[in-house]
Structures are given as structure tokens and as C-alpha cells.
Design a protein around this ligand. Sequence first.
Ligand code: FEO
Length: 395
Amino acid sequence: MIRISNKVFYLGTNDRKKFLFENNWPLPNGVAYNSYIIADEHTALIDTLEYGSNPDYLSDIDACLGGRPLEYLIVNHMEPDHSSMIGEVLRRYPQVRIVANSKTFKILESYYPVPSENILQVGDGSRLELGHHSLLFVLTPWVHWPETMMTYDTADRILFSCDAFGSFGTLDGGVFDDEVNFSFYEDEMRRYYSNIVGKWSGMVRKAFKKLEGVPVDIICPSHGIIWRTDPGKVLSLYDKWSRYESEKGVVIAFASMYGNTEKFADSIARALAVRGIKDIRVHDASRTHASFILSDIWKYKGLILGSCAYNTGMHPMMQLLVHEISVSAPSGKVLGIFGGSSWNASGSKALMEFAAGAGMPVVGNAPIEFLGRPYPEDIGKIEAFADKFAEELGK
Ligand code: FEO
């Protein structure tokens, strides 16, 4: 039993079995599902776990309650990684009142029908008194589902933020921010942000606005570490990411069938390095999952995409990457495009169409292209492009 404050406990678990989060995003470091319980004069569970992730979950709840009934289950978010134990909780505690907003109940009905006597609907600014603890509900729609809300405990100034401020990666012993080396979680948090939340950055800004002036001592997200020592750190990272602020560096992502487009990517990387750009990440889109490339794209200001021609378009793995870029829509990028061809330049042409569709201006005399393999005479094109790109990046 891990205590967060006098009457508030952590009831999370690690998932090291799931291969892909949402059956889409790789989990090489697993993921943690966090649930919380407040054992006050009245008792409340805040979000549940993914079904099957912890066979001891219900007995852990029992242990925290010490034989008392569970009175409230607060549902901040309906995605099944947090809600799929609701049915089991209802069976164990048939009197429990499920506390959620109207949008949540609509989704809840479609997943796990709940008797009307178990429903306690709340709205933006509603309160629930538990004794010492007083809970305030803050609707934060589209961070990242329409029904998403946060629960704020005004007594201990704890924000139960659901997916916001969460990360991939299991909690390997350390549960609190002061118990871990954050550099690992920062990468996994940015990957989570760019993959799951980034598309909704505008709604994140609205949530920030709503929480302006609210004193927060502890942040309890639904994935990843709990912030009890330096919550300002994660608030400032989210502030930066949701504003699309990035660092001076470049992601070069290429798709190459036989290595010629890769050679071009390496030549561009070299040309940028000699112009003083120290953070350059070259990714093979066929080897590195879009999840990780997207995370680097969120981190760095420069983005250069290159594809060989493939049938009449770009390579399928580059197609997948640009699809994810279109969905998450990172803003403020300095974009370059290149491509090679055997008989036409359909790869670079398709990338230009992607950029136009996404409203992303392309640097230089775009695209830079080569026929067959890159020859020494192509180097001039690369040098001219690198000059322009480095200049744009420095602005
Ligand atoms: Fe962690 Fe949107 O669920």
C-alpha cells in the first residue's frame, strides 16, 4: 500500500505484457496504469485499471478500505485502460455511486451498463465532500477524449489529472518524482504526449487556462510517476509541448528500398552537422516505429522527410509516418523534402502533396531530388539546401 497523503493511496500496477498501447504504439518499457483511493469519512476510488492487469486489484481496494464499503467511483476518463474494471468494481461493491459527467455516462452505457441508482452525475465545478477531502470536478474535454475530466482535491491540493502528465514506461520501484531519474520518463512522457495527446494541444491549453491560479502540490496522473516534489516541472513541460515549442535540432526520416535514399539522408545530415547543428536524428521509417520518430519530431524544430518512389507514390512506411504526422499535426516545423527515383519522382512529389495538404511550407528549392543513386553532382544541391535550412532553423 503506497501512501500519497494521510488518507490517499496509490493503487496502480505495471503492464509489461502488452506489446502495443492502443494496439498501435510500441511499449518496449511497458506502461503503468494508476488508480487512487481516498479512505476518508467517505470513501472514493479514482479511476480503475485495465482489466486483467492486476488480479489483486479488488483485494488491494479492500485492504485500503479496511472492511468499509466503497461509496464512490470517480471516472475521469472512459478509455478502457482506466475503465475496464468498472464492471468488477460494481459487482464487488453493488452500492457504489459512479461519479462522472454526462458525456462519460453516454460512453459508459455503451461499454458497461450501470443501474440508474448507481449514477451520480456531476458537471464542471461540482463538488463532492468526503470529510477532510473535498473534491472539485474540472471538465477538460478532448484531453484526449470528449468526456475527459480532472478531479482536484482542495484539501491536500492534489490534481488527479488522468492521461494528462502521464507517460509510457512502468514504475520500476520508484513511484514518485523524487524517487526516479526523470530523464528516462521525460522521453517516455514526450512520446506519450506526441502519440496520444499532442493532436489535442489546443484543448490542453484550454485546460491549462481553466486550472490557472489553482494551487497544485501533487499531480497524480493515470500513467507514470506521481509528482509530489516538483509538479512545476511537468506543468512546464506540458506548457512547452502544447505551445509547440521545440529545440534547435533536426529529424531526418527516410524510406529507402535499396539504400540510395538513405545515402542522400546521410549526406544531408553531414551537411547540416558541418553547419553547426549538433542534434540530428536520422531515422529509417522502415525500421523505427512512427511512435519514436513522432516523439523526436515534437522535440526538434527541423524536419526533413525523404522517400524513394514506390509504385506511383511514396514508400508505404513513409506513408504511415506522414499519416501520423498529419494526425498529430505538430506545428512550427522547418520542413525539407527530398527523394530519389528510378524512372519518376513519385516519392518526393507525394511528400510535397502531403506538405501542401498539411499547410507546412517547405524550405528551399523543393524538393531536392536525384535519379538512381546520389552522384557527386548532387552534392551541390545538398549544400545549397543545407545553407537555406540551417538559416531557417536559426531564426
Ligand atoms: Fe490512458 Fe486515454 O487512456
